[in-house]
Structure formats: structure tokens, C-alpha cells
Design a protein around this ligand. Structure first.
Ligand code: COA
Length: 330
């Protein structure tokens, strides 16, 4: 049992930062960024709240799916960069899209969020056959917690949203989700601190993997994340493909998380799969965290590259450190 993606939508901010634009804040250059990452430019939210980008992507997905918002049973919003600790982005989007009969919750699996959410959607649709549609919205504003003084991380990310309306179907679908929590310390951003009114002394034996960093600012150990990513990507594919009884030769399109072209090229080599089977959008979007896979899929569908009946491998990896793969028929 699987799902059918009925319609997709996207929103990316109008403001675009080129590699050269970063010279305003840091000592960098276009050539370094291009050769180390493959990124040329990335959209960055100037005024748009995260939920607003999600809402516009969702409305387009609903329109393209040709469904009534009242028939949506569940809204899942994937985000690591919610506008609020509460309410959830999903509740805001549920209201804004008129999905009056839907439950709503956020799912944070960082850059693997869309893979986790699509798999979660499938499980809801399978166990509650009265639920007609699930709306999955991936919306991210990584720029909100970028440290624009850290040239090793701030050049990697972009902002944007993509959404999918999915329904139950008997199409091929397998998934494998994973987490290597011991690597969480290599990519994180703090949220709240303990209020001074209730702060107490920690016991002497208390330890934490997470070094003190400025509130909200993204900390990254690029080399460790790179090492993780180049093994997580092939591993996620192989775990999901094994459940489907398929090999890389059966896959029409690999749609990996768009973090860095070198990560994808290294993983493609490990899988012995040709790069021309990989959908690449990171050159103009950068790494948009959980929005990256659906933005890439949406663009490939719009261009007529991904067609109905084709077999897709969606592969995510990111903070957590999380990873996950889906093999599905489009
Ligand atoms: N412009 C110019 N120079 C830069 C730079 C930039 N934007 N960022 C770093 N450098 C410099 C470093 O300061 C260092 O200089 P030094 O040798 O004088 O100290 C040099 O370039 C090499 O830095 P290093 O960190 O070793 O580069 P790298 O080859 O490891 O590439 C990343 C850095 C971030 C591109 C790479 O580690 C990476 O892609 N990691 C994975 C990150 C990722 O994908 N995160 C999200 C996962 S979801």
C-alpha cells in the first residue's frame, strides 16, 4: 500500500542572495562556494513568515490537486524554523487554507522532515480509511538562525516552502527512517534558555554534548556532517530499496536532500548510480532543509522530467542526525 501525490505547490521568497552578496558580511568568494558546494544563489525570506510561505505552497498544491480543503483530514507541517513555539505551523496553515476538518501537527526531523512526513501521512491514510487527503507542508526559514559571521555555514542555506496533497493508493511505497542522535552535537541551534527566576545550579556530574552557543544561532561541524551525509544517503536508499526488493537500476529518479553537490556526487559513486538520474536544484535554492526534497520534486514534475508511473527514491539526511529514504511510484 502506498500513496498518490495528487498535487504539489511551492513558494520561494523573491529575495535572492548570490554568492557574491555574501561578501557584504564575510570573507568569501563565488568560486569557493561554487566548487565546495555547487550553490550559486539561494532565496531568503526578507519579510515572509515561515507559515506564510507554507500557506502559499499549500494553496497551490490544493488547487493543483483539485480537491476541496474541507476534505483534508490532516495537515503535517515539517519545519525546524517555526515562527512560534506554539501554535504549530500546521495549525496556522490548517486555518489559513480552510482545512476546517483537519487535525494538525508539526514534525521536526530537520532536513529529513519531508521523508518522515510522507511516511507518517501514508500510515494515517492506511489506518484511517475515512481520511481522504493529507496535506504535507514543508516550510523553512533557515536564515532566521543562521550565523552570518560563520562563513562555513551561512552560505549553505536558503528559504522556501513546498507542499503535497496525498491520498491512499495501492502504488509502490517503502520507507526506512533512522537517527544517529550521538551526532546531534554536530548540527544544532538552541531555542529557549531557563528563565532566571527558576534557574538552579546543575549537579557537578551533569554533562551535555551541546556546547554553549548563542541562542538560535546554527552551529555546524561541517566535516563531521559531511562524513555522516555521504554514508547516510546510500544507506537510506539501500534500506528502503531492500524492502521494495529493488536495486538502483530500477529507480528512474533519485531526489536527494539538496545539501551539497559534492555529498550527492560521492553518494552516487558509492551507489554506482549515474549522476544524470539525480534531480539537482541546490544551485538555485541552496539547502532549504525539509523543503529541499519537495521543492526538487515539484520542479521536476513541473518540467515534465518526473512522470506518472516512474519509480522515485526520495532520500533525506540532516540534523538529529536523522536520515531516511522512500521508494515510491509517482
Ligand atoms: N568562503 C571562503 N573560504 C571558506 C568559506 C567560505 N564560505 N568557508 C570556509 N572557508 C575556509 C575555511 O576557513 C578554511 O580555511 P583555512 O584552511 O584557512 O582554515 C578552508 O576554507 C577549508 O575549510 P573547511 O571547513 O575544511 O572546508 P570543507 O572542504 O570541509 O568545506 C563545507 C566546508 C561546509 C562546504 C563542508 O564541510 C560541507 O559541505 N559539510 C556538510 C555541510 C552540510 O551539508 N550541512 C547541512 C546538512 S543537512
Amino acid at each position: 500500500m502506498g500513496i498518490n501525490i495528487l498535487g504539489m505547490g511551492k513558494y520561494v521568497p523573491e529575495q535572492v542572495l548570490t554568492n557574491d552578496d555574501f561578501k557584504r558580511f564575510i570573507d568569501t568568494n563565488d568560486e569557493w562556494i561554487r566548487t565546495r558546494t555547487g550553490i550559486v544563489s539561494r532565496p531568503m525570506a526578507g519579510w515572509e513568515p515561515t507559515w506564510y510561505m507554507g500557506k502559499l505552497a499549500a494553496l497551490q498544491a490544493i488547487e493543483r490537486a483539485g480537491i476541496a480543503p474541507e476534505d483534508i483530514g490532516l495537515v503535517i507541517s515539517t519545519t525546524a524554523t517555526a515562527d512560534f513555539h506554539t501554535p504549530s505551523m500546521a495549525s496556522v496553515i490548517q486555518y489559513e487554507t480552510g482545512a476546517v476538518n483537519a487535525g494538525a501537527f508539526d514534525l521536526n526531523a530537520a532536513c529529513t522532515g519531508f521523508v518522515y512526513a510522507l511516511d507518517t501521512a501514508r500510515r494515517f491514510l492506511e489506518t484511517d480509511r475515512t481520511m481522504k487527503y493529507v496535506l504535507v507542508v514543508a516550510n523553512e526559514s533557515l536564515s532566521r538562525f543562521l550565523d552570518f559571521t560563520d562563513r562555513g555555514s551561512c552560505i549553505l542555506f536558503g528559504d522556501g516552502a513546498a507542499a503535497a496533497v496525498v491520498e491512499y493508493s495501492d502504488k509502490l511505497f517503502t520507507s526506512a527512517l533512522g537517527s544517529q542522535g550521538e551526532g546531534g552535537k554536530y548540527l544544532y541551534a538552541r531555542s529557549m534558555q531557563i528563565a532566571p527566576e527558576v534557574q538552579t545550579e546543575a549537579p557537578e556530574d551533569f554533562t551535555s554534548d551541546y556546547a554553549e552557543t548563542p541562542l538560535h544561532k546554527l552551529f555546524q561541524n561541517g566535516k563531521e556532517v559531511y562524513k555522516f551525509a555521504v554514508q547516510a544517503l546510500p544507506k537510506s536508499f539501500e534500506l528502503a530499496a531492500a524492502k521494495a526488493g529493488l536495486t538502483k537500476d530500477d529507480i528512474d529518479w533519485f531526489i536527494p536532500h539538496q545539501a551539497n553537490i559534492r555529498i550527492i556526487e560521492t553518494a552516487a559513486k558509492k551507489l554506482d548510480a549515474p549522476m544524470d538520474k539525480f534531480i539537482i536544484t541546490l544551485d538555485h535554492y541552496g539547502n532549504t532543509s525539509s523543503a529541499s526534497i519537495p521543492l526538487a520534486l515539484n520542479e521536476a514534475v513541473e518540467k515534465g522530467v518526473v512522470k506518472r508511473g516512474q519509480k522515485l527514491a526520495l532520500i533525506g539526511f540532516g540534523a538529529g542526525l536523522t536520515y531516511g529514504g522512500i521508494i515510491m511510484e509517482y
